[in-house]
Design a protein around this ligand. Structure first.
Ligand code: 4NP
Length: 149
């Protein structure tokens, strides 16, 4: 799960997907394309919003996406077109490129929609992001379960 800062959208996507898959079978992680928040906990507003829903993401630690992630992970879900561009720029070959997609294409295939960045907005932005990521991680988990991802 990849966003810009790895403090708002992608840690929430990571936390949500972790609750929906078998941790012995599926490795889930998140990263940012920017280095601003390396080593930091998620944004307090994201932590509090997730907590309201019963999800604890307070121990997650921000890190930057690196080219090695293409070797570690089978799928790389990005939150918006800017993340898509930044991750694709690091791809070494077609196999790397094929791993990357906008996460909202899970809800609306080929819709190419962005998960809006809630960083500069209000509380309603965090709820919108939660709903979008809850729905898309649910679809990802179901596809992992039935082998169609
Ligand atoms: P995220 O949100 O990419 O969903 O983690 C942001 C976090 C930090 C900044 C921008 C977006 N920032 O500019 O520091």
């Amino acid at each position: 799960m990849v966003c810009l800062g790895n403090i708002c959208r992608s840690p929430l996507a990571e936390g949500l997907l972790r609750t929906k898959v078998n941790p012995k079978m599926v490795e889930v992680d998140s990263a940012g394309t920017a280095a601003y928040h390396i080593g930091e906990a998620p944004d307090i507003r994201t932590i509090m919003h997730a907590r309201k829903k019963g999800l604890d993401i307070s121990k997650f630690v921000g890190r930057k996406f690196s080219v090695e992630d293409f070797d570690t992970f089978d799928y790389i879900f990005v939150m918006d077109h800017s993340n898509l561009h930044n991750v694709k720029t690091l791809a070494r070959n077609q196999n790397d490129l094929d791993k990357v997609d906008l996460i909202l294409n899970q809800i609306s295939p080929h819709g190419n929609q962005d998960v809006p960045d809630p960083y500069y907005g209000g509380e309603e932005g965090f709820e919108q992001v939660y709903r979008l990521l809850d729905a898309s991680t649910q679809i990802i988990a179901e596809k992992i379960d039935n082998g169609t991802l």
